[in-house]
Design a protein around this ligand. Sequence first.
Ligand code: NAD
Ligand code: DAU
Length: 357
Amino acid sequence: MAFSPKSLLVTGGAGFIGANFIHSFIAGNPGSKVTNLDCLTYAGNLKNLTSLEGNPSYNFVKGDIGDAALVAQKLSEQRVDAVVHFAAESHVDRSITGPEIFVRTNVLGTQVLLEESRKHWQSGIVTDFRFLQISTDEVYGSLGDTGYFTEETPLAANSPYSASKAGADLLVRAYHETFGMPTLNTRCSNNYGPYHFPEKLIPLLIHNIINKSPLPVYGDGLNVRDWLHVRDHAVAIETVLKTAAPGSIYNIGGNNEWKNIDIVNLVCDLLDARLGRASGENRKLITFVKDRLGHDRRYAIDATKLKNDLNWSPSYTFEQGIAETIDWYLANQEWVSEVTSGAYREYCQGQYGGGVS
Ligand code: NAD
Ligand code: DAU
């Protein structure tokens, strides 16, 4: 029988995927409430959620997933029956220059959240419960020219980011195996869409093209990623949460592989037309730069299990999704400039005081 969560604790809901998930979940589940626990790092932006301010189905708590007392209090006070755990340090390049915070947040933070969730679930305060970990395809490491990651592929993380996510992924598995806790784990490919922080490839390209700044392409530009629209990811997460068997793991992917250089060329060309520039003008901004250390060559997800078991498949074509995404950034230049100028941090501080970490 399908699980129907009434009170969600969403961690990291002020970030890119978490905010999109909250919008999607609240729109589709009017009888449920969402508590968003986010400590508002540089990646947390309450401007992603302004349309939900004052909505009785939604409340925001500024706090750290590593704060056991706060997590315990929110779990019990809100009678939480599902934790959807997005909160993380998410950018691979930052994990290369500063890995420590990745271990602290992604591994130790997840462990605190798991432990408080276990106590809450075992207290019997709610009749049914799920803990859903938002993992990543990066835990599988890197592929050659052929083949796909399946849920059976051994974990072989290569960057400090992916190693910290693999640690969290295995801790979630361990809480199911050891305590029988009803956990779920999803491993998704690269997302794109609204509210994506412009340090990541696609929003960085759009921002730099608009401003006629160089477009840094790492190495030879032939690394391959599988791209999925963030709203398709949000629907997949809700599907797994409600219908997957406890203890299960699902890959989520777009069946949409692109070489980086091809994405760069595509975004350049789409923006030539939209910005009234001559054909080929934006491609002149492309600048090949030193490669990312340990740069994984290719990711490709086999999401057959999710299709066969739970009947999920993406609804966006890439053609539609990338066009809509570019149009969203063009229509939301104020959001972008508040992020790039840092003004969003003042907004967050003004709302919740005490400084933003
Ligand atoms: P993001 O960097 O945009 O957002 C992360 C959010 O977590 C921010 O709002 C931040 O303030 C919050 N946060 C960080 N540390 C915290 C802490 N200690 N306590 C509370 N909140 C904290 O990330 P994203 O791209 O939205 O990714 C969300 C999740 O999805 C991550 O777990 C990431 O590993 C995973 N994921 C991302 C992608 C992708 O393409 N972006 C793909 C697969 C999986
Ligand atoms: O695969 C899922 C992962 O996708 C998530 O787990 C991560 O949280 C998310 O950040 C993303 O990781 P990537 O490293 O794949 O994304 P990023 O946008 O940083 O880079 C995409 C590709 O583009 C990658 O091969 C590196 C390259 N790149 C990136 C940047 C920022 C460039 O060539 N130039 C750039 O300036």
